[in-house]
Design a protein around this ligand. Structure first.
Ligand SMILES: Nc1ncnc2c1ncn2[C@@H]1O[C@H](COP(=O)(O)OP(=O)(O)OP(=O)(O)O)[C@@H](O)[C@H]1O
Ligand SMILES: [Mg+2]
Length: 434
């Protein structure tokens, strides 16, 4: 079986040239990974049928090859015609498509494709696994049929958005076929044609139910710890007047109790009463009432309350008040708590005694209040830790005093800053506005 004729394009494909005419077929058949070319040509010659095969060359090109019977003008079977059609690109494309389809089919992300009217065109196995619906229960159905009524409501806005060519992404709670709820992280995006027209919509979604559960647990535990911190803070506030009362009752036993001490005891009891009331308030945080109060009067009251305690520790509280009245919208007992905590810290910073200066200055639109001591100060490397819950250098401290102050001042839209120099002293600076 010899080559009789060929078209110019075959020269390019298998390098046939003029001199090959008359040469046997196997002269170029070795270029293909295909052993039965001669046998197939023989078979076509014998049976006058057509053989069609996809064959590959040794350099990786693919051809769709046809072997057809060739009839002469006299209608006698005179030979065979072999045509080669290069299908390498098509084959590569097919392979790509196949790869894509494998990826989509095996993706751990749920995928659905629907048309512009919202009819589902395709869902991948993960979608079916996630929703509990079978392929047939989804494909051909309208999106909204698949979901309960609340989803329809939710979907209307999203649908408008994606139809206008935008992508929608977010998280929503969805229902499985069995009625179970689950959380999805969803993106819905338009698939556009070359004219930029949306032809389909792609919904990709990841089941985030487990992550949501962990998030909620975390939030809950944070709430618990905040509530715990609060409780500890309040216990701390009650402990101080209780300690003082305990001291006075001991004095009572020795019979050396004067009127002044009774006044202080009364003040302490008032404070405990105040705190217990505060506790009731705090159990309903929204019930905390802000009132217009003279902050200078609050400072004076607290200083009055702590003066005796200061004196017992060889400390003197000096007031330098530039103004006598400055009205601030505040929760009075919370403000008192701040000044009590700060003055208590100042007293504790000066075990050998010293002066605590409380100043109030009017500055444009706000009031600046400073509490300055001449105590041990705070080393630089420790400053960043100050105000963190439970950070304390004191044997019996809770390390909550400053944190509570920070929270209260923040809630009053104010600022609390701290400046300190080791062995020289500390200044707590509060800024509040009307
Ligand atoms: N005026 C100050 N001078 C020096 N150090 C201070 C001063 N105020 C606070 N500190 C440091 O900051 C830490 C935290 O203070 P915070 O008031 O929050 O808790 P505490 O005083 O240790 O405990 P508690 O307030 O329960 O008695 C203190 O332990 C102390 O080391
Ligand atoms: Mg303290």
């Amino acid at each position: 079986m010899c080559i009789r004729r060929f078209t110019p394009s075959i020269t390019k494909e298998v390098h046939l040239i003029e001199v090959d005419i008359g040469r046997p077929l196997n002269h170029f058949s070795h270029k293909f990974k295909y052993d039965s070319l001669i046998a197939d040509a023989q078979s076509v010659l014998e049976h006058a049928h057509t053989i069609e095969k996809k064959i590959e060359t040794v350099d990786g090109q693919w051809y769709s090859m046809k072997v057809l019977p060739y009839f002469s003008k006299k209608n006698t079977l005179d030979g065979v015609v072999i045509t080669f059609n290069d299908i390498t690109d098509l084959k590569n494309l097919n392979e790509h498509l196949q790869l894509l389809s494998y990826a989509i089919e095996q993706s751990p992300i749920s995928i659905a494709i629907f048309n512009v009217t919202g009819d589902i065109q395709y869902v991948n196995p993960q979608f079916m696994k996630q929703t509990g619906f079978s392929f047939d229960e989804c494909v051909g159905k309208h999106l909204t049929e698949l979901y309960p009524a609340d989803f329809n409501e939710k979907f209307a806005d999203i649908w408008d958005k994606v139809r206008s060519g935008e992508t929608w992404a977010g998280e929503w709670k969805n229902t499985r076929k069995n009625g179970e709820f689950y959380w999805e992280n969803v993106s819905i995006l338009p698939i556009t044609d070359e004219k930029n027209q949306s032809i389909y919509f792609l919904k990709v979604a990841e089941d985030v139910t487990e992550r949501k559960k962990t998030e909620n647990l975390l939030l809950e535990s944070e709430m618990h710890s905040a509530v715990g911190q609060l409780a500890a803070g309040i216990a701390h506030e009650i402990r101080n007047p209780l300690t003082a009362l305990k001291g006075f009752t001991q004095l009572m036993l020795t019979g050396s109790l004067n009127q002044e001490y009774i006044r202080i005891m009364q003040a302490d009891l008032d404070r405990i009463n105040l705190i217990v009331n505060e506790l009731l308030f705090l159990s309903r945080p929204r019930a905390v009432e802000f009132e217009d109060k003279n902050i200078i009067a609050i400072v004076r009251e607290v200083v009055g309350l702590l003066e005796s305690q200061a004196l017992m520790n060889n400390c003197e509280i000096v007031l330098e008040l530039e103004v006598e009245k400055y009205t601030v919208r505040c929760v009075e007992h919370q403000m008192k708590q701040v000044f009590i905590n700060l003055i208590k810290n100042a007293i504790e910073a000066m075990p050998k005694g010293g002066q605590i200066t409380v100043t109030a200055q009017l500055l444009e639109d706000f009031i600046s209040i400073q509490i300055r001591d001449e105590g041990c100060g705070i080393p630089d490397k420790m400053l960043s830790k100050i105000g963190q819950p439970f950070f304390t250098t004191k044997e019996k401290g809770t390390g909550l005093g400053l944190m509570v102050c920070q929270k209260i001042i923040q809630n009053h839209d104010g600022k609390l800053t701290i400046a300190s120099k080791e062995n020289e002293g500390t200044t707590l600076h509060i800024v509040l506005s009307r």
